[in-house]
Design a protein around this ligand. Structure first.
Ligand SMILES: [Zn+2]
Length: 382
């Protein structure tokens, strides 16, 4: 194979990710004036992962990408962040053991099935193989369609649908295996990446930047004032945004905060915790971002990566819960990575709702952006 035939964007996916079956949960509905409980798919279900993959395949994007195989993370690789007791606790829980104990805890909203441990090992290993493929020049950037997600996972606790922290494991691997001194993690999932923040809170070798709905999940996590500690002070950059921020507010947050901070930090690799749950149809948040908004922030991050680190950019799937709309938003994120625009049309193109999400910029959003800029200017020239 000649060098020019290599594709520039990798795709990490493994059928084992679909073994992480979260099953059904009970929901309460009104019927005939009384309550009725009925089982409904868990919000973090395999069907969204499958559907994103079908969109990538059906649009022709998969064929333009370089397949990058996943692998199982080793216990030593997970233990850079997670306790060995916790890793063992998850393994034993999927075999029928308790949900909590001296080893740690699995929250009840993070159900695990028989295949979940293996899926989680392959998610973390897939993230590391993405780093490897980029650092060795096999691909320039990559999208990892991982499952389960990782950014809420703490050292000894599975929470918020996350088991092992894929972003933390990948950033650590990049530093250990390739000697990187500066890695930037941008977490645009609508929820705060509390686990990732904790991992590097006192560490200036990883710059953690998170955009999220203010005080949403976890509560009080991701406040402006959480900036890191010791040598890491200033290297945690939280950008809490009000509900209803929309495309313009997100773009402004990237243009006014994320990109200038990234240009100053000059990372050697950028990892994105890419949860597309800021979308306007998402049942678990209210951030009102459209397919076009996601395309814009992906393009902005790609341009930053081209500017500071030869385009080395790895996206790791986190959340996203609208079965109808997350696949649209995800193909819009992937297209700029490959450098194509297939003209894929928004599911709700032309509707007044989409129009509103694309144009809204409330005073509350502008105030939040101004407050974030003022606060972070204590550490960054913004
Ligand atoms: Zn999320």
């Amino acid at each position: 194979m000649s060098h020019t035939s290599m594709r520039r964007t990798g795709l990490i996916f493994d059928d084992r990710y679909l073994l992480h079956d979260t099953g059904a949960e009970s929901t309460v509905r009104m019927r005939g004036g009384s309550f009725e409980t009925s089982p409904e798919g868990h919000p973090s279900s395999t069907s969204i992962t499958k559907r994103i993959k079908e969109f990538l395949d059906g649009s022709g994007l998969t064929a333009m990408m370089q397949p990058v195989a996943a692998r199982a993370a080793s216990e030593d690789e997970l233990a850079v962040y997670h306790t060995r007791e916790y890793i063992e606790g998850v393994r034993s829980h999927v075999q029928g053991g308790p949900m909590q104990g001296a080893w740690g805890e699995i929250e009840s909203d993070t159900p695990l099935g028989a295949g979940s441990f293996e899926a989680a090992l392959y998610a973390a290993g897939g993230a590391m193989n993405g780093v490897q493929a980029i650092m060795q020049g096999e691909v320039r950037n990559a999208y990892a369609l991982l499952r389960p997600p990782g950014h809420h996972a703490a050292s000894n606790r599975a929470m918020g649908f996350c088991i092992f922290n894929n972003a933390v494991v990948a950033a650590d691997y990049a530093r250990r295996a390739f000697g990187l001194e500066r890695v930037m993690i941008v977490d645009w999932d609508v929820h705060h990446g509390n686990g990732t923040q904790d991992a590097f809170y006192a560490d200036q070798g990883v710059l953690f930047v998170s955009l999220h709905q203010h005080n949403w999940y976890p509560r009080l996590s991701g406040e402006l004032e959480q900036v890191g500690s010791g040598a890491g002070a200033g290297y945690t950059v939280n950008i809490p945004l009000p509900a209803g921020t929309g495309d313009r507010g997100y773009r402004a947050a990237f243009e006014q905060l994320v990109i200038p901070v990234g240009l100053q930090y000059r990372p050697q690799l950028i990892i994105i915790s890419a949860g597309q749950d800021a979308n306007w149809l998402d049942p678990l948040a209210q951030q009102m971002v459209t397919m076009s908004g996601f395309r814009a922030i992906s393009q902005l991050m790609l341009t930053l990566a081209e500017e500071v680190c030869d385009g080395r950019l790895l996206l790791l799937q986190e959340g996203g819960y609208s079965l109808a709309y997350v696949p649209y938003c995800t193909v819009a994120v992937v297209e700029p990575l490959i450098g194509v625009d297939l003209g894929l049309v928004d599911l709700y193109e032309g509707s007044s709702e989409v129009e509103r999400c694309m144009t809204i910029l409330t005073q509350e959003t502008q105030d939040a952006l101004a407050a974030a800029k003022k606060w972070h200017s204590n550490w960054w020239n913004i």
